[in-house]
Design a protein. Structure first.
Length: 749
């Protein structure tokens, strides 16, 4: 199952399954397209792009025999071939599941009477699940890599838009749904998911993004990765994905507490559906405010995800729910809050039982039954409200546009040339300021172009920015910083700037703790003074960016107007914590990372703190040496820019060091950083130290890179052992992940 934000959601009409074989010559593809399986024409590039995941892409296409539009999922064979046999087996299983879901339900198939409902015998399954049209086959006709080109494909109908798209559009237009539309959508949701359970499968990642309007009904997507009910799922199963704001309390408990397996019950989905139904009233994620409240204190999505799951799993903690839900209708709240959203799984109703609730008995959903043939042939002025109403046309168009863009493609929220204060620089000295191209990315991260590395780098993550404080800095003296620089009224002259003040004057300022800048239009981003915790998950970003104890970063604009604009847009990004989640997986965590959640209890205590009793063994050195570290923005050819530290690689994979300043043993890079770090041995002409090397963390999801940490050893032997230990740790982790169904090994740059 793909994670949210990278959903392979094909966006519009169902097509009939293709007939078996043909002797006709394959049609010739038109310009900008490609023919596959001798029948389907893929629209290449952005024009046909519908979605992408780690292992596949989805493009719009056409069935050349019927003329109907289709969605074509093409698996990335370079990734598949890393373990082809296993991946082909998974592909065959996915096809089996999709074919099984297309079959009419038989009463004898339902073992659990709680999952039975009379609706299910007459409903066409193709009206509940995205329809499978075709798939690639091996030479023997079974599902697998195409016998012609060796690639794997799944062809389905195209959906129009998700329920999330619809709710967001109504939220933006401030148009709540009518009570009747809410009722119809509730029943549509319950029927589709109830059918899935009746067929013996659980979704495990149910939310408004995963139910889509296709034709005249709402259909469940991402069903190819469904899990059989009553199956025991391993904590290391990397194929399971979930969303913290929609997952059930017992699933949250499984992820953060001890225990290797969880038995899958339909109650897991019932909770997720219940949370989703609340959004029909609120038009937004009902638990997002609680998540954001936790995020503000946590300072990172990773830590916030753990803390949110911890809160959710606690049976004594009541749900934080919008008043709109309780005020909607007594029958709605009884069904959703009392029957579905109880933290005890045994008290939760099945979805079949929910369909018998009084709230559901008085409404019928059109378009679902097998025996109705002509119900949709009547000409409609516009769609009924529960399917999108007058918004449906705009929703289809917007979804196509949104599918063709990503956060990486979006323009920055703000961009200009700023003066940036050098690390450890004095704001009162003009020589400590440097011009930089600086921008605020679409995901809310403050970035800049490094002339030294010739790369776009993240300076402050959105998570750090969201927990910071910003303010203007008093001017000590105005200087000429370029043709656009203005003289700010009331500023001192260069002759009375901080550089020319007497020692007595400067001492007085130091004693009063007032920082003044040599440049006008200066502002500071204070990471220590905000909500950002020193134990937060991402404080290693500050370390390798040279922020020390997170500290302050100073910038100077070229005019009063530009200064105000920067402060306004930064404040906007700071107060919109969900900005970084747009088009990404902010609310998503893979079940394969559950082990990391469990380790978090230890990690949060040890981040930037002295290692506490009981955790020392995990941080014992595997290899320890005196290593030089280059300061951020330092010159590798300049000896004073290097600082020697006692550093070691710990048993758990962390890179640690002893801080002379704090007199503490601290974590420099976390185990998961080292797991995917890339290293590069530097050339002799790049540094004044002969045994220098770089460690670079993974880039962010939108392609932004972090400045690499630059280190140096005293001898060739020390450097080889140090890097060899990193490689060994990565190899061990990769082998374990591969055995558990994951994989991945960091490599040299």
């Amino acid at each position: 199952m793909a994670a949210a934000g990278k959903k392979e959601e094909p966006p519009a009409a169902a097509t009939a399954a293709p007939p078996g074989g043909t002797t006709a010559a394959p049609p010739t593809p038109t310009t900008g397209t490609e023919m596959i399986l001798d029948r389907y024409e893929i629209i290449l590039g952005k024009k046909g792009f519908l979605g992408a995941g780690s292992f596949s892409t989805v493009q719009r296409g056409t069935d050349t025999k019927t003329g109907m539009p289709v969605a074509i999922k093409q698996f990335k064979m370079a990734e598949m071939k890393k373990d082809l046999a296993t991946n082909v087996t998974k592909f065959k299983r996915q096809i089996d599941v999709l074919k099984f879901l297309m079959e009419p339900l038989k009463k004898e198939h339902i073992v659990d009477p709680m999952l039975r409902h009379e609706y299910f015998w007459s409903i066409d399954p193709k009206k509940c699940f995205l329809e499978l049209v075709d798939y690639s086959k091996e030479a023997d006709g079974t599902a697998g890599p195409d016998a012609t080109d060796g690639s794997m494909y799944v062809i389905t109908e195209i959906a129009d838009y998700s329920l999330k798209d619809y709710l967001t559009e109504r939220l933006n237009e401030k148009k709540p749904m009518s009570a009747k539309a809410v009722q119809l959508l509730c029943k549509s949701f319950l029927i589709a998911m109830g059918m899935l359970h009746a067929k013996g499968l659980a979704h495990l990642d149910m939310k408004p993004e995963n139910i889509m309007r296709a034709g005249d009904t709402w259909k469940i997507i991402d069903v190819d990765g469904c899990t059989p009910l009553n199956k025991k799922v391993s904590i290391n199963d990397s194929t399971i994905s979930f969303s913290p704001c929609y997952c059930a309390p017992e699933w949250a408990n499984f992820l953060i507490e001890e225990g290797e397996y969880c038995r899958i019950g339909h109650q897991l989905d019932v909770w997720s559906v219940g949370v989703s139904l609340c959004e029909l009233v609120t038009l937004d994620a009902v638990l997002k405010p609680k998540y954001m409240q936790i995020f503000k204190n946590a300072g990172s999505h990773r830590k916030a995800g753990f803390m949110f799951l911890q809160w959710l799993a606690d049976p004594s903690k009541a749900l934080s729910m919008s008043k709109k839900v309780a005020e909607h209708s007594s029958q709605f709240t009884d069904l959703v809050l009392s029957r579905m959203l109880t933290k005890k799984p045994s008290e939760r109703w099945s979805l079949a039982q929910c369909l018998r609730h009084d709230y559901m008995r008085s409404v019928e959903v059109p378009g679902l039954h097998i025996d109705i043939q002509d119900e949709h042939k009547e000409e409609k002025v516009h769609d009924p409200e529960h399917l999108g109403g007058r918004l449906s046309v705009d929703l289809k168009e917007k979804r196509l546009l949104r599918a063709q863009e990503s956060t990486k493609d979006k323009p920055p929220l703000m961009k200009s040339i700023l003066h940036k204060l050098h690390h450890d620089g004095d704001p009162g000295k003009t020589t400590d300021w440097q011009k930089r191209d600086v921008w605020l990315s679409a995901d809310g991260s403050l970035c800049y172009f490094s002339p030294k590395t010739l790369k776009k780098l993240v300076l402050i993550t959105h998570e750090q920015l969201a927990a910071s404080r910003m303010s203007e800095v008093e001017v000590a003296g105005a200087v000429d910083v370029g043709e656009k620089q203005e003289t700010k009224p009331g500023t001192t002259t260069p002759e009375t700037s901080a550089e020319t003040k007497t020692a007595e004057q400067q001492q007085g300022e130091t004693n009063s703790s007032i920082v003044k800048s040599a440049l006008p239009y200066t502002f500071v981003i204070d990471l220590d003074g905000g909500r950002y915790s020193a134990t937060a998950d991402d404080d290693h970003h500050a370390l390798h960016q040279g922020l020390g104890d997170l500290g302050k970063m100073y910038f100077a604009a070229y005019s009063e107007k530009e200064l105000k604009t920067w402060l306004e847009i930064l404040d906007y990004a700071r107060t919109h914590e969900d900005l970084a989640m747009q088009g990404q997986s902010g609310f998503i965590a893979n079940a394969g990372l559950a082990k990391d959640f469990r380790e978090w209890k230890i990690l949060v205590r040890n981040r930037r703190e002295k290692i506490e009793r009981g955790t020392e063994q995990a941080y014992k050195p595997v290899y320890e040496a005196q290593i030089f570290k280059l300061s951020t923005d330092g010159d590798a050819h300049n000896e004073p820019d290097w600082l020697q530290r006692r550093m070691w690689l710990a048993r758990n994979g962390a890179l640690c060091y002893f801080s002379e300043k704090d007199q503490k043993e601290l974590v420099y890079y976390r185990p998961e950083d080292i797991r995917f770090v890339k290293y590069r041995r530097m050339n002799l002409d790049e540094s004044c130290k002969p045994y220098s090397f770089e460690l670079a963390l993974r880039a962010t999801g939108d392609g932004q890179e972090y400045a690499p940490g630059v280190f140096a050893a005293d001898t060739e032997e020390v450097m080889q052992i140090f890097l060899g230990c990193i490689e060994k740790y990565q190899r061990i982790k990769a082998e374990k992940e591969k055995a558990a169904g994951g994989g991945g090994l960091a490599r040299k740059l």
